[in-house]
Design a protein around this ligand. Structure first.
Ligand SMILES: NC(=O)c1ccc[n+]([C@@H]2O[C@H](COP(=O)([O-])OP(=O)(O)OC[C@H]3O[C@@H](n4cnc5c(N)ncnc54)[C@H](O)[C@@H]3O)[C@@H](O)[C@H]2O)c1
Length: 329
């Protein structure tokens, strides 16, 4: 199977590529992967180093908004797995334009190239943030979208565009919507790597508002396992939730991270809440469990401990990225 992976030098995309090329998905034997990635501030080739010399791996540095380039790269692939995006909510609050152009326009460019070149399956990687916030209970896949941040709104736009290409053109689209991911290689602007790298460097950490916002934390390997199932077995035109991690308030998460890094609460600074901060996300995952046999497999405490160890052992990965992690860089 020849798979085009956009955003494959980022956190989740590179995890998917490393797993694919190292044989973690035996039902996709001998995959050939093309990574298309612009290497923005959050993408780095070091994420692909373990598979860089793999004969099935080709890297193309380029922008998904570049119509000519995308139309030269897409032909010859059996599937597209589309991760590339501007992905950080706080950045979208400070500057929404790259979110609109990459997440919406870039997705339209890819979808149209996939249609024109008759690519097979197109997996669009979306997020639970497209639904807004839910005080109790869980969303099902037919819940109307009500995004609150510019990031979530741009992801909702791309998510709906992907579904429109199925309905309008019959493109073989599957959309996955996942909860918050954690794991190695996550850019140190997102809360878990931000806190861990700051705590390991002896610095304080910022806790938004009252710390009561709730997120469902899923290990990146479990997200990628769900994407692999959707790629092979998802029904065309359908949306699948990927979640089933561990629900925690930010305050609870902070306590676990402090303990894992051997630090105390004196290292936590309360900061003004994020504008429009969604209180809680929660996905019902019965559909992907029943149709595709999905089961998250990594217990949170075990995954978090391994992740903290990874950051402790790989300062050479994250230290050079810290300058880029500063907002607006
Ligand atoms: N991180 C999460 O918790 C989470 C949860 C659910 C869904 N998602 C979705 O998963 C996908 C990947 O997220 P991530 O956390 O790995 O993000 P990331 O920021 O780590 O990686 C994004 C990658 O996309 C590339 N990119 C950005 N703009 C591009 C462009 N115009 N052209 C080509 N490449 C471009 C970057 O260089 C980077 O390698 C995103 O679509 C995101 O919305 C993320």
């Amino acid at each position: 199977m020849r798979i085009l992976v956009t955003g494959g030098a980022g956190f989740i995309g590179s995890n998917f590529v490393r797993n694919l090329l190292s044989g973690r998905y035996p039902k996709i034997p001998n995959p050939k992967v093309t990574v298309l990635d612009a290497l923005t501030y959050s993408g780095t080739l070091t994420n692909l180093r373990p598979v860089a010399d793999h004969p099935g791996c080709t890297f193309v540095q380029g922008d998904i908004r570049d119509v000519e380039l995308v139309n030269s790269v897409v032909p010859g692939h059996d599937a597209v797995v589309h991760f590339a995006a501007e992905s950080h909510v706080d950045r979208s609050i400070h500057g929404p334009l790259p979110f609109v152009t990459t997440n919406v326009t870039g997705t339209a460019v890819l979808l149209d190239a996939a249609r024109a070149h008759r690519t097979g399956r197109f997996v669009h990687v979306s997020t639970d943030e497209v639904y807004g916030s839910i005080p109790a209970g869980s969303w099902r896949e037919d819940q109307p979208l009500a995004p609150n941040s510019p990031y979530a709104a741009s992801k909702a736009g791309s998510d709906l565009l992907a579904l429109s290409y199925h309905r309008t053109h019959g493109l073989d689209v599957v959309v996955t919507r996942c909860s918050n991911n954690y794991g190695p290689h996550q850019f140190p602007e997102k809360v878990i790597p931000l806190f861990v790298t700051r705590l390991l460097a002896g610095q304080d950490v910022p806790l938004y508002g009252d710390g009561g916002n709730v997120r469902d934390w899923l290990h990146v390997d479990d997200h990628c396992a769900g994407i692999e199932l959707a790629l092979r077995g998802g029904r065309s035109g359908e949306v699948y939730h990927i979640g089933g991690g561990t629900e925690l308030t930010n305050r609870e998460l902070t306590g676990l991270l402090l303990r894992a890094c051997g630090a105390g609460w004196e290292r936590v600074r309360a900061v003004e809440d994020r504008k429009g901060h969604d209180r809680r996300y929660s996905l019902a995952i019965g559909k992907i469990q029943e149709e595709l046999g999905y089961r998250p497999s990594i217990p949170f405490e075990q995954g978090l401990a391994a992740t903290v160890d990874w950051y402790r052992d790989n300062a050479t990965w994250w230290e050079p990225l810290l300058d880029r992690a500063a907002l607006g860089v």
